[in-house]
Design a protein around this ligand. Structure first.
Ligand code: APR
Length: 320
């Protein structure tokens, strides 16, 4: 059986980490693409040379021409600019929207059957624009945000409770980062919901609020520390989890920025919701009932994503 072809559009910090993880997990042969000459080629060669040491079989190549992604089974998009200290994700909108137009055209021409995972920020607006620019089916274009946001939440919770991260689950909805909506009653330690853990004295309501705020600001905290760019290990690991579910038809239930066509009362927007990812792409959007407080937070999040989509339309009216 032929190996999967994994195209990475953008070969910067996240792109390089994606390539390394895909190789280590033997998910398929990897093509790194970038407009910067030499970067994808150099990273491909470097990772390929770790193959004999690590013992993986995956062909690695780098390219500056979209024809190299021809026939890709999956495309993971990180092309664009990343945040610097003091910048919000939304500050990236104008530049990255233009990048999405080019990337969308490249995917449309050479990899129209691929499952596309977008990571470029501001995520919820960029994945929405990328789907429109590429013309690919809506269930085949998805944004990576929720796995990362819940990963951050799970890490902080596991630290607070002094238990394994493996036994902490988190349920998040809504836009990426700042407007993320964590659902405490569906977030658990080995099935015990957070409100019960508060009652059991494992943590306090105030401490939980602090953790939620730190999760929302998780990206900015790292930007501030790194000074020259934004997070890349956890974003890459999160996208690889989604890619693996598609390539192996695992049908994982993961929070993703998915296209909504009425679910949660939202139409023609990408917002973070729990989804089933399998060979059909986004096979199902799971719709749960929200209580008043959750609905209010979700609506606020949707409103901020809608504002970003409006800003995109002001720059590129053809997105309407
Ligand atoms: N086409 C292809 N690649 C491009 C284009 C383009 N039009 N414009 C820029 N790139 C490439 C850059 O050359 C660079 O190698 O995208 C890469 C981005 O890499 P980094 O700057 O290292 O950014 P990274 O940390 O990987 O983050 C990428 O993901 O999480 C988001 O906010 C983050 O939007 C950012 C993206």
């Amino acid at each position: 059986m032929a190996r999967n072809k994994i195209a990475l559009i953008g070969s910067g910090m996240i792109g390089g980490t994606l390539a390394h993880l895909a190789a280590l997990k033997e998910l398929g042969d990897v093509v790194l693409f970038d407009i910067a000459e030499g970067t994808p080629q150099g990273k491909a060669l470097d990772i390929a040379q770790s193959g004999p040491v690590e013992g993986f079989n995956a062909r690695m190549s780098g390219a500056n021409d979209y024809s190299a992604i021809e026939g890709a089974d999956i495309c993971i998009v990180t092309a664009g600019v990343a945040r610097k200290p003091g910048m919000s994700r939304d500050d990236l909108l104008g530049i990255n929207l233009k990048v999405m137009e080019q990337v969308g055209a490249g995917i449309k021409k050479y990899a129209p059957n691929a499952f596309v995972i977008c990571i470029t920020n501001p995520l919820d607006a960029m994945v929405w624009a990328l789907q429109k620019f590429s013309g690919l089916p809506k269930n085949k274009v998805v944004g990576m945000a929720g796995v990362l946001d819940s990963g951050r939440f799970r890490h902080f919770l596991a630290e607070e409770f002094n238990v394994s991260v493996e036994d902490v689950t988190a349920f998040v909805l809504g836009g990426h980062g700042d407007t993320m909506v964590p659902l405490a009653r569906y977030s658990t330690v080995a099935g015990i919901p957070l409100p019960d853990l508060i009652k059991m004295g494992w943590t306090s309501k105030e401490k939980l609020e602090e953790i939620i705020q730190r999760t929302r600001d998780g990206g900015a905290e790292i930007v501030k520390l790194l000074k020259t760019g934004s997070a890349y290990y956890a974003p890459a690991a999160s996208a690889i989890e989604m890619a693996e579910s598609y390539l192996k038809d695992k049908k994982r239930v993961l929070p993703c920025a998915a296209h909504l066509s009425g679910q949660y009362g939202v139409k023609d927007m990408y917002v973070g919701v729990p989804c089933v990812i399998g060979e059909g792409g986004i096979e199902r959007v799971i719709e749960i009932e929200l209580n008043k407080t959750e609905q209010k937070a979700f609506d606020k999040s949707v409103e901020s994503v809608a504002g970003l989509c409006e800003a995109c339309i002001a720059i590129a009216p053809n997105l309407k």
